[in-house]
Design a protein around this ligand. Structure first.
Ligand code: NAD
Length: 473
């Protein structure tokens, strides 16, 4: 098996030591990645620093063109990237799986390539001229999770290089292969050293947060790791964008048509087998429509095919790793004693179907839970949805907000204006009406409360890769 090597200064760098990357659908080795040492991190940062000296001087229009070339490169190699992604992440090729993720990465790159941060004139009169410049920070360290490795890498890398920074990216040790290959493709159209990729375990991320040569960390991952990054980066006063965990609530009002909303609710919760930051993770349903909504959702879920991702009929894959499988199983086990299992809840059957291999877990819906139950209060990050009954809108809003996270939320109703009023009272960065988690490149996305700070996407997201300089003349 040929290992995927680090990409430093435009070249493939073997390190002499590799680590196994497992396929979660069969627990076999999907590929090998070179393991970076501290020295490789230093080399990558040095390469990025050298490249920054020239890249920062390249006119914005040329950087935009370079980003468009990145989009074309990804597009040309989309099927290969999708297949690597399915092998290491487990998500299916089809449906909202790997091909969709890679296609999204292309679309995001193209859209972002069109953004611009022109000089802003704040004053121009007899007393003088005042201009605001947006200047690149330097070397951006990107640290990514295992749920959407290609898409999130693009979200970090493209705005960073567009605004004149250079990048060292460290993917999750569970899914490094697609990112190593992606960065290799990017290097076919970028000057050497502008984007570097190092693969390694968690401590490599910690070393990046503390590194003297890195000016900003953009991190997507868990709240616990986000806290560690804040602490480790304090000494060097790094700029931070932290896109952390979510426990998004959905509020279903009594005026909905349960059949009509079932599909949206299902994909809002179960996209990527629930391993999605802004997935619907707690559903509050009004008493009037409670039984009907539960019934329609279960009926819709029963039709979904789970399995090995290269099978073209499959729309949902396994949980990505053993640790996450344990977290999901424990939360369900605990919830069973208080809630009412409407679907799934026992991995026995699906494991048998998959010959005991892989981290497969059935789609699970558990009704009649309450705030205070761990499955409601904690982020499950798996194919499980708790449902909570409510009677008063005020009560639903209070319960939705009664959580330290604040990433996304949704309101389901025929009355859009009323739904917007409720949305406004929800403590989270994005609220969708009659859908959930539909992020798009022209709208800023980020969390409030303990879901982090800073936003990605659109002009607001691009600004996060810059420092302000004001020139008074
Ligand atoms: P994780 O925090 O365990 O790991 C994420 C990355 O951080 C990995 O690359 C890991 O190696 C690295 N890391 C681990 N310890 C580190 C340290 N001390 N210093 C620096 N880096 C370190 O998260 P995960 O399990 O890979 O991903 C799941 C979590 O990510 C969920 O909580 C999910 O909600 C969150 N997430 C958030 C968003 C968002 O946009 N808000 C998007 C996707 C995932």
């Amino acid at each position: 098996m040929k290992p995927f090597h680090l990409i430093i200064n435009g070249r493939k760098v073997p390190t002499g030591r590799c680590f196994d990357v497992l396929n979660p659908a069969n627990e076999e080795v999907a590929g090998l990645a070179s393991l970076a040492r501290k020295k490789d991190l230093d080399d990558a940062v040095r390469a990025a620093q050298m490249a920054f000296e020239k890249w920062r001087e390249v006119p914005e229009s040329q950087r935009q063109t370079a980003c468009l070339k990145i989009a074309s490169k990804i597009e040309e190699n989309a099927e290969e990237l999708a297949r690597i992604l399915t092998a290491e992440q487990g998500k299916p090729l089809n449906g909202l799986g790997s091909r969709w993720e890679v296609g999204g990465a292309v679309a995001w790159t193209r859209y972002t390539a069109g953004l611009s941060l022109p000089v802003k004139v704040l004053q121009d009169n007899d007393e003088g001229r005042v201009e605001l410049y947006r200047k690149p920070i330097g070397v951006v360290g990107s640290i990514t999770p295992w749920n959407f490795p290609v898409m999130i890498a693009v979200w970090h890398i493209v705005p960073a290089v567009l605004s004149g920074n250079t990048v060292v990216i460290k993917p999750s040790p569970f899914t490094p292969l697609s990112t190593l290959r992606l960065v290799e493709f990017m290097n076919q159209v970028l000057p050497e050293g502008v984007v570097n990729c190092i693969a390694g375990k968690d401590r490599l991320g910690a070393a990046m947060a503390a590194h003297e040569g890195i000016g900003k960390i953009v991190f997507t991952g868990s709240c616990a790791t986000g806290r560690k990054i804040m602490a480790n980066s304090a000494e060097t006063m790094k700029r931070l964008t932290l896109e952390l965990g979510g426990n998004d609530a959905g509020i279903v009002l009594p005026d909905v048509d349960p059949k009509q909303i079932a599909e949206g609710l299902f994909w809002g919760a179960f996209i990527n087998s629930g391993q999605t930051c802004a997935a619907l993770k707690r559903l509050y349903v009004h008493d009037d429509v409670y039984d009907a909504v539960c019934g329609e959702l279960v009926d819709f879920a029963r039709k979904m095919k789970i399995g090995e991702g290269t099978n073209e009929d499959v729309v949902l894959g396994p949980i990505q790793n053993r640790k996450q499988y344990g977290i999901v199983s424990d939360l369900v086990q605990d919830a069973k004693s208080r809630g009412h299992v409407l679907l799934g809840g026992d991995p026995g059957e699906i494991r048998k179907e998959m010959h005991g291999k892989g981290y497969f877990y059935p789609l699970t819906i558990i009704a009649d839970l309450e705030n205070g139950d761990p499955l409601v209060d904690e982020e499950q990050f798996g194919p499980v949805l708790p449902i909570i009954r409510y009677h008063q809108t005020r009560e639903a809003i209070r319960k939705a907000n009664d959580n330290p996270n604040g990433l996304g939320g949704s309101v389901w109703s025929r009355d859009i204006e009323n739904a917007k009023r409720i949305a406004n009272q929800m403590e989270c960065g994005s609220v969708w009406i009659n859908k959930h988690g539909m992020i798009q490149p022209n709208a800023p996305f980020g969390g409030v409360k303990r879901s982090g700070f800073g936003v990605e996407f659109a002009e607001e997201g691009l600004k996060e890769y810059t420092d302000i300089q004001v020139i008074f003349s």
